[in-house]
Design a protein around this ligand. Structure first.
Ligand SMILES: Nc1nc2c(ncn2[C@@H]2O[C@H](COP(=O)(O)OP(=O)(O)OP(=O)(O)O)[C@@H](O)[C@H]2O)c(=O)[nH]1
Ligand SMILES: [Mg+2]
Length: 197
């Protein structure tokens, strides 16, 4: 399937389930904690500098953004989790909206982003546990790989592979929005999931 990632539009910014698109196009969701680099990845995948807002401070509005790629599938920017410094109302909104997304029957696959330097946090492990329990197909994008040298990178990838919450055989792609490492592999992994829809 030939897909032009550059042909991308923000179709819907959904604050409520009623605003989710109703068509049956395949959805690949980007999941990860706030600040892990979801928007930066999205911009890199579609070759735009600032289609998705890259945040200096962790996202203030909790929405699910559906980006339609080449009219063929959606990349879904889920709201980031793990906001110790944010009000409880934010956590409730996050849970309600994310639950609605995963219960909607729409999710087809998830790209789970984990900061390669930080490693899997307790929140990441909860998310992985949820994906495993729900039998949602996922692969891992290990972000901000530019922050590590090659020895550190190898050790960090090893730690992810060995994490008991990472399903054996899960693809783990080191990625940097800064130097472009892994962008083609990420596109391929997305298309592999789209091909299974
Ligand atoms: N060094 C480095 N910094 C990055 C990379 N990707 C993102 N960042 C930085 O990390 C911060 C957060 O990036 P975002 O892309 O906004 O992260 P997000 O996951 O979309 O965050 P929320 O929308 O708040 O959940 C920004 O300051 C980015 O410039 C990367 O590959 N390398
Ligand atoms: Mg973002």
């Amino acid at each position: 399937m030939a897909i032009n990632f550059n042909n991308c539009e923000l179709s819907v910014t959904a604050g409520f389930e009623s605003q989710f698109p109703r068509d049956r196009l395949c959805r690949i969701a980007l999941s990860g904690r706030s600040n892990v680099g979801k928007s930066s990845l999205l911009n890199k995948l579609v070759g735009r500098k600032s289609l998705a807002r890259v945040s200096g401070s962790p996202g203030k509005t909790i929405t699910i953004n559906f980006y339609k790629i080449d009219g063929k599938f959606y990349l879904v920017d889920l709201p980031g989790y793990g906001f110790a410094k944010r009000p409880p109302a934010d956590r409730e909104k996050w849970s309600a909206l994310t639950d609605a997304y995963f219960r909607s029957g729409q999710p087809n696959a998830v790209a789970q982003l984990i900061d390669l330097k930080v490693g899997a946090t307790a929140d990441d492990e909860m998310m992985l546990d949820f994906l495993n329990q729900s039998n949602i197909p996922y692969f891992i994008i290990a972000t901000k790989s530019d922050k590590l040298n090659s020895t550190q990178k190898k050790a960090a990838l090893e730690a992810l592979i060995e994490n008991p919450l990472v399903k054996p055989g899960t693809a783990i792609i080191p990625f940097s929005a800064l130097n472009g490492e892994g962008v083609e592999d990420c596109r391929k992994a997305v298309l592999a999931e789209v091909g299974k829809c």
